[in-house]
Ligand binder design. Sequence first.
Ligand code: 5GP
Length: 197
Amino acid sequence: MKGGKLIVFSAPSGSGKTTIVRHLLEQENLNLEFSISATSRAPRGDEKDGIDYYFISLEQFKKHMKQGDFLEWEEVYRDNFYGTLKTEVERIWAMGKNVIFDIDVVGGLRIKRKFPEETLAVFVRPPSVEELKIRLKKRKTESEEKINMRIAKASVEMATAPQFDFIIENDILENALAEAENLVERHIHKTISSEEE
Ligand code: 5GP
């Protein structure tokens, strides 16, 4: 597989990384396309199959695992599997675009290890775990139990931040958006100039 660049945004759930990724996708000059992950979890809110995720059964997911179809996969929460299909990156690179991922920290670092040159790995840090809890409660899309599961995982995820290329502090959204745009733009340009050399 070869082609464009890979931009990974990873962070604990509720840190605002999805908002940042959506903002970046609107910037046409960055030429980004969202990597749609496959997941065995059920759709939430107004999520749509083939747009937010490829919603597949646990059986289908395990079949893909066995066939080696994933670039990376994780059981992010118990019985909830998420993964990036190799065909997804191929699809986007074939369009002549750069891939942007909204995936968990383990998956993000795995992609960085597989494609060290092409990948920009960014960790989005929320102001605090307490603030995360407030945001997840406001979202009202998950049960109390699911929120607690996500919070418990957040501290472990926060500890991986130093392994990323950059950390963006998301306390003031406007600043985080500007910083993200800047980082991605620089990564894409750096690549273009090194390819021209
Ligand atoms: P959610 O259920 O909130 O959509 O996602 C839960 C977590 O799984 C988030 O941290 C999200 O970024 C992550 N995730 C989504 N897709 C993938 C994927 O393909 N691979 C991995 N490793 N994590 C993913």
